[in-house]
Structure formats: C-alpha cells, structure tokens
Design a protein. Structure first.
Length: 423
C-alpha cells in the first residue's frame, strides 16, 4: 500500500510540473504600449549583469570577439552619400548597417545576394552591439532596434524571433497611420534623448517598419575655449561668419596625405573624432571622389608629432537622406522592385511586399564641452610628461572640411562634411 501511495504521489508531482512548464521558444506578444524605452543592448539590461558589471563597473560591455562594421561597406556607402550631396552632410554607416542586417533576415533570392555583396561578411551582430555600447558618467553610445508590425498581417515566427533575439529589437504591433506615426516619432526621440524628432508617413497599406537608432554623447578629454568668430569660406567663394572654438596641445598627432591634413582627437570610452582639412588648392570633392580617396582621408597619410593649435567652427547640423538611390547605385536594385517576390520571409501568406521607404536622419553638434550625435535609419515595407620640442602647426578649419566619429576599433559611427557651419 505504501508503495502504491508513493507511486500516486510521484505521478501527481509529474503531472503538476508538466502542466506548469512554459516552452522557452514561446514568443512574447508584441506590444504597442508606449513609451517603450528599453535598456541597451535591447532585451537585456547588461549594466546589471554580474559578469559585465564585474568586468566594466562603468557600464562598458565586454565583447569577447572583435566584430565590426565592414570597411568596404563603410566607405562604399559613405562615398556615394557624400559625393551626391550638396551642402552639409551627416551620414551614419553604423546605423544603416544595423538596419540592413535586420532587413536581410527576411529576404531571399536576388535581393539577398545583392545585400550580401553590399554588407560583406557579417559577424555576430549582437557582439557588435556589445562592443560599441557604452553607458557611463563619461560617455554614452547607445544603439536600439525596433520592429513595427501591422496588426493586419501574420508575421513569420522565425523572422520575428531572429529580430528579437539576434538584433535585440523591441517588437511593436500597431495599426499604421497617424497614431503609429506619432508613436514611432516618440520612440526615436526617446532613444536619442530628444535630439531627433522625425516625421513618419505610414498608412493602412504599410506592413512593417524596421527602425535603428544610434546615440552618443561624450566630452573632449581637454575642453576647447571660445574664440573670435571665423570667416568661413563657402563653396561659391563667398564667406560666412561662424562661432568658433580653439585649443592648443603641446604634443599632438596629425596625419598628412597628398591632399589633406587630418587631426585625431580622443573621445573617452568611445573612440576618436577626425577632422580632415583639404589643402588650400584642393577642393573638398577631391577627398570624396572614390571610396579609396575617402578611406585614405581617414586612414592614410604620414604621421607627424606637433604642437597643435586647432580652431574649429562650432556646429549643429541636421540632415535627412533618402538612401534608396544610394543602395540602388551600389548594386541593390532588386530591393526596389514593386512588388518584390524576394521579400517573402517577413509575413505568412501571399502578401506582395515592396520597399516604400529607406531613409536616414542624423544630427551632430559640437562645442567647447564635447560632441553629441544621433541617427535613425528606417526601412519601410508596404501592400602628461614634459613636452618635447616639436614643430608648431596652426590649423584653422575656415573652409569646407570632412569629419568622422569612429569607435576605438575604427567602426564608422558618423562621417560627414561641413560646407557652411551655420546651416
């Protein structure tokens, strides 16, 4: 009898355990409750992780594998953007890369082949997030992804799971249109500390929107001082007055190429900022003529140690770009076929999808204290020792020039041009 009672008790326990078990593979239901401000990286608060907190008490993440935005992707896309634009340009290779790697999870056929050729060899995107992410008292560099899905469509579980797990994206189910547009704008604003407040234009025919944001804020290691206004030379030969700042380093590193001089300034815990000044007789477009000349502007040249006085215009510039022509010119033409049979991996059924928008907005500003930047990319588918005696160099950026913000491992966060500091 005792054995029978014991057996019955064990069967009851087994039944209870079976009934309360929840499959690890169950997906959470998408939400449209806003604001949705998730910790970085998405889906997990790494700053509270025992492993990561022990390695980086400041919030810097440990990345065991060196992942990066491919160099060819950076300079192929940046050269196309910069050479086609007129005026100030702000472009984030990293933001576009994160958005396209999400989009690539749902494509096939010719579109997938074209994207693979453009993106190059892709490593682990989650590890790249971990490497770039920083959230400390000294510096912030945050990345966020989101997948906005129409309530009128059934999305493929594998696609949604991959976007959530591999790309750390927030999942939101919405009725596209005026209300969703406001929600998406608020999400981007929240993720970029109010630096960007874009206007979105979705309607009832919209099926999905993939949005990436990138935000960073960091002070200079040595702050600049205000100085007299600059008379900045504009491309047409006229000049404009620009507020300016200056600083002198007793020892600094510059790089000189045949066409330009590059200054490298440390951004604590983030990486570097480069300022590239063309030589007097060299137009700015000579530096952006090809991916090779652009890469040489940021990576080439002979190193020289100098005592440097650097004078820069203070800048606050915001740019919106349509990136469809950029990708089409780089071989990704099939993406924009309407409808596109290769966009079948997003939703179940026979929905005829096409890309209805691929845009990026950026804003970057710097002053005496430091530099702040933000970007969003949307893909829309619809139906101290004693100084040595060094040569002195004074550089005044009083004519159109290049700038770039790079991580410590040379991932291009921002690349742009300044042709008029007041615009």
């Amino acid at each position: 009898m005792k054995r029978l009672l014991c057996l019955l008790f064990c069967l009851c326990l087994l039944t209870a355990c079976t009934q309360t078990h929840v499959r690890d593979t169950d997906l959470p239901k998408p939400t449209n409750n806003l604001p949705l401000i998730t910790q970085q990286p998405q889906q997990k608060d790494y700053t509270q992780s025992v492993v990561h907190a022990a390695a980086y008490p400041s919030g810097r993440l440990l990345c065991p594998v060196e992942e990066s935005v491919p160099t060819a992707f950076t300079y192929n896309t940046a050269q196309t953007v910069l050479s086609a634009a007129d005026g100030n340009v702000g472009y984030s290779p990293a933001s576009l890369y994160f958005a396209l790697t999400m989009f690539a999870e749902g494509v096939s056929g010719e579109t997938a082949a074209e994207l693979d050729a453009l993106l190059g060899e892709r490593g682990n995107v989650r590890l790249l997030y971990d490497k770039l992410y920083n959230n400390s008292d000294v510096a912030q560099l945050k990345i966020a992804n989101s997948l906005w899905m129409s309530k009128n469509f059934a999305f493929r579980e594998e696609f949604v799971r991959t976007i959530r797990d591999d790309h750390r994206a927030s999942l939101l189910s919405v009725n596209f249109g005026e209300e969703a547009n406001a929600q998406m704008s608020k999400w981007v604003s929240d993720q970029t500390a109010g630096l960007l407040n874009p206007t979105f234009m979705t309607d009832e025919l919209t099926v999905l929107s993939l949005i990436n944001t990138l935000y960073f804020k960091v002070g200079w290691e040595e702050e600049f001082s205000p100085c007299d206004d600059l008379h900045f030379r504009l491309p047409d030969g006229s000049s404009a007055t620009a507020s300016a700042m200056t600083h002198t380093w007793q020892e600094a590193t510059v790089y000189k190429t045949e066409n330009a001089t590059r200054v490298k300034i440390a951004l604590p815990e983030v990486g570097w900022m480069y300022f590239v000044l063309p030589n007097e007789s060299v137009p700015l477009n000579a530096l952006t003529a090809s991916p090779e000349t652009l890469q040489n502007a940021f990576c080439g040249g002979e190193r020289e140690e100098v005592k440097l006085t650097l004078t820069l215009p203070k800048v606050d510039t915001e740019v919106k770009l349509d990136l469809r022509p950029v990708l089409a010119s780089l071989g990704c033409e099939s993406m924009f076929v309407q409808p596109n049979p290769d966009l079948s991996g997003f939703v179940d059924g026979a929905a005829a999808l096409s890309i209805t928008g691929l845009s990026q907005g950026t804003r970057i500003l710097w002053d005496e204290k430091g530099v702040t930047g933000a970007a969003f990319t949307e893909i829309l588918c619809g139906n101290s020792s004693l100084p040595l005696d060094r040569p002195e160099l004074a550089l005044t950026f009083d004519r159109p020039f290049l700038y770039g913000v790079f991580s410590g491992d040379n991932d291009a966060l921002f690349i742009g041009t300044i042709t008029d500091p007041d615009k």
